[in-house]
Design a protein around this ligand. Structure first.
Ligand code: SF4
Length: 347
């Protein structure tokens, strides 16, 4: 079946019904566009908006972010997840300032040398900021193209990946900025991954999707890992945290000490006390064990239990350097992972 070019259907719909009010659509400054693209990766628009505003208020330019300290960047990102994005944004700003004279590069290849910037992110910024005809292939565009053209098989296999980029290039018109926003909005509002709203979609009719959708396979079951988090408080009610290594899960964030129990079902926490003594020179009195909870990471599901304890002794100078005690006021200024933020601060 010969289908009309997507732009013919999408652009009039976008002009009338697109999400023009979004804060990152009010200004075509490269820094603001870039920041929105990064924050929106795997994160919902509603979640991103307050983070975006707060981040911009503190770091309004490439220069200010490049000169900022990483702990402040991570604290502003705290709760948004996927913290490698924050570290990459900081490093990307430094590269923009030091290598590209404070200006986002104009060439796609040069833009893709920034840490954490892939082809689609680079293209989105270039199309919006500089008016270039650049095709994007983010998760929304990918779903719409896949379904509209009736592709089959796994969306991420190599042949489909090549075909999707070909289609993205072919469909993108000269007004790439508007088209890119339109396909993102359509994907977010109608072409949902599990239950596409085909009946009201402006592409309904020529779209092959209603026969093939949902084209996105159920996600594979993630492996599960158990953990106990040590929630130790001093007599003056300060909480013991350690800063995670920069690389790996929750890199650079402050977290409760993370213990992997040999017997997760145990109700005896002697192993935790021995570990805390050996690792941090802590002497603990166990106070309570909270119920099991879950937190889903990209590659696994964490089943964790928070074990509350009173600190009876707090280490030697050497072991203390791994950890710190924080008052409630201080906790609010730290970069904390979202499940621990909820636990410690209630939001
Ligand atoms: S008609 Fe259905 S499958 Fe096609 S783009 Fe719209 S929502 Fe997606």
């Amino acid at each position: 079946m010969k289908r009309p070019p997507l732009a013919e259907l999408l652009l009039p719909w976008y002009a009338e019904a697109g999400r023009h009010h979004l804060p990152w659509r009010q200004n075509r400054d490269t820094y603001r566009l870039y920041l929105a693209e990064i924050m929106l990766q795997q994160t919902r628009v509603e979640t991103v908006q307050p983070y975006y505003q707060r981040f911009l208020a503190r770091f309004p330019t490439w220069q200010s972010l490049a000169a900022g300290d990483l702990d402040t960047v991570l604290a502003l990102w705290s709760g948004l997840g996927y913290y490698a994005r924050a570290r990459n944004a900081h490093a990307a700003a430094q590269r923009v300032v030091q290598v590209f004279g404070g200006e986002f590069p104009h060439a796609l290849e040069a833009a893709m040398t920034l840490p954490g910037v892939g082809r689609s992110t680079a293209a989105a910024v270039l199309a919006s900021a500089y008016g270039q005809r650049q095709a994007i292939l983010d998760a929304n565009a990918r779903r719409v193209l896949f379904r509209y053209h009736g592709l089959r098989g796994a969306p991420r296999d190599a042949a489909n990946e090549r075909r999707l980029w070909q289609l993205a290039e072919q469909e993108t018109p000269a007004q790439a900025h508007d088209y890119n926003q339109a396909i993102q909005d359509l994907g977010a509002l109608f072409c949902l991954s599990r239950r596409p709203r085909c009946a009201n979609c402006p592409l309904q009719g020529p779209c092959a999707g209603p026969e093939t959708a949902p084209a996105v396979a159920s996600p594979p079951v993630k492996p599960r890992r158990p953990a106990w988090f040590l929630f130790a408080r001093s007599d003056d009610d300060r909480v013991l945290l350690e800063q995670r290594p920069q690389r790996g899960i929750w890199g650079g964030l402050w977290a409760l000490p993370w213990f992997v129990p040999a017997d997760p079902a145990a109700e005896d926490f002697t192993a935790l006390q021995q570990w805390a003594e050996g690792e941090y020179a802590l002497h603990l009195e166990i106070a309570a064990a909270q119920p099991w909870r879950q937190h889903v990471f990209t590659h696994f599901q964490l089943d964790y239990r928070v074990i509350e304890a009173r600190l009876q002794a707090f280490g030697t100078a050497e072991t203390r350097s791994k950890t710190s005690l924080f008052s409630t006021d201080q906790l609010a200024t730290l970069a904390l992972p979202s499940p621990l933020r909820r636990l410690l601060l209630g939001h």
